[in-house]
Every structure is written in C-alpha cells, then in structure tokens.
Design a protein around this ligand. Structure first.
Ligand SMILES: Cc1cc2nc3c(=O)[nH]c(=O)nc-3n(C[C@H](O)[C@H](O)[C@H](O)COP(=O)(O)O)c2cc1C
Length: 206
C-alpha cells in the first residue's frame, strides 16, 4: 500500500491514492466489514453525473448467491476448454473436474463482491453519459477503498454478463445492466504498476 503522507495529517492525499492504487487479484480471507463497505460505496454516489440521473446501482453479493456464482464460474472455465475442439479432445474427465474446482475456489477466494450496474433509460447520448458516470463512481469507490487499505479488481468476465446472474440478483436486464463486478478485500499481494510516461500520450496544440 502507498506510504502515508504525513504532511496531510497522516492521511493519504488524493494524488497518492490515484498513483498508488493497483488492481488487486489476491486477497486476505477477511471480508470487508459492512460499515466500511457502506462508507466506500458512499464515495460512489458523489461521482459527477449529467442531469443528476444518479444512474448507479450496487448489489452486494451474499454467501448463498456467491456459492451459486462460484459454481457457475467453475462451469464457465470448463466450457472455455470444451468449446475448443482440440482442447476438448485432449481433456480427461479428471482434468475438467480439476478446472471446475479451481474456478470454484478462485471465485470463492474473493472476500467481498459487489456488482455495479447502470440504469438503462433515455436517449443513446444519455445512456453513454450514464455509463461514464457509473465508471466515475467505480473509480471513486476504488480510491475510497484504497485509502482504507482495501483493494479491488474490476471484472467484466463472462459471469457478469449472463442472464442467470441478472435473475439471481433480481435485476431486470431491460432496465439496468451490469457494468462489472468489484472483487474486494484486504490485499495479499500488490502488483507492480505499469504506465507509459505522460509525454507519450500528451499533445499540446497552439
Ligand atoms: C472497464 C474495465 C474492465 C476491466 N475488466 C477486467 C477484467 O475483466 N479482468 C481483470 O483482470 N481486470 C479487469 N480490469 C482491471 C484492469 O485490467 C486494470 O485496471 C489494469 O490491468 C491496470 O492495472 P491497475 O488498475 O493496477 O493500474 C478492468 C478495468 C476496467 C477499467
């Protein structure tokens, strides 16, 4: 985690949080406590949003739903193999069972999971802007979490797109769509950052 900035009463500055935040894939087992989770989701509702549409919706996934999703996640990993004719021919029942179990365990290793969705309403322009607002909200959440020692992975994997997932959460896919899952928890490993220098992407026009 980033070093704290003592010039800011020991609190992490916005710039420090922005620069030190990393996507986290490996977590300690403890879930994010409910009050902390609500605090960081609260940061999400302060994102800019055009016409104050407040298009974000947050679905916190409980144990029962997590188990069902983990089983489905395991199946998806198997389907990735069986949908490729060559890989399917090479795979034994035993390897497929291992792939399924590894997928199940991988999903279960995410201590807290929140699905972030966006309401689907109005013109194409409004929908674009609402999507952008929810993305801003998601970054607020990630930064607010980071300040409290919580890391996240934004995931747009297949399981976030399936109708079964919408049904499990009671989300009407005509009226609202899932942008991604946030896997959250206390980081067990922080990856090394990678970015091109600013000057590679900066253009000044006279
Ligand atoms: C819209 C969006 C979708 C993403 N989807 C995934 C994903 O499905 N799987 C994943 O591992 N990371 C996903 N990420 C995280 C990025 O891979 C990550 O931000 C990138 O590797 C840079 O790392 P950093 O966040 O540590 O700077 C997503 C990020 C964004 C903004």
């Amino acid at each position: 985690m980033a070093q704290t900035n003592t010039s800011n009463n020991g609190k992490m500055s916005v710039m420090e949080a922005i620069q030190s935040r990393r996507t986290i894939f490996k977590f300690k087992p403890d879930p994010v406590p409910k009050t902390v989770l609500e605090d960081i989701l609260y940061a999400g509702i302060w994102a800019p949003n055009h016409h104050l549409t407040e298009p974000w919706r947050f679905t916190v996934i409980g144990e029962e739903a997590k188990l069902k999703l983990a089983e489905r996640y395991g199946e998806i990993q198997v389907e990735k193999v069986t949908s490729n004719p060559e890989a399917a021919k090479a795979a034994t029942e035993e390897t497929l069972a291992e792939i399924r179990e590894r997928g199940f365990q991988k999903f279960m290793s995410k201590p807290t999971i929140v699905a972030v969705s966006c309401i689907k309403e109005g013109s194409e322009q409004r929908q674009l802007e609402d999507y952008a607002s929810v993305c801003c909200s998601m970054l607020n959440i990630q930064l607010a979490g980071w300040e409290q020692g919580i890391g996240m992975q934004w995931s747009t994997g297949g399981i976030t797109l399936e109708q079964g997932t919408y049904d499990l959460f009671g989300i009407n896919s005509e009226a609202e769509y899932i942008i991604g899952f946030y896997y959250m928890g206390y980081p067990d490993e922080i990856p090394t950052p990678k970015r091109k220098p600013l000057h590679d992407v900066l253009r000044w026009v006279d």
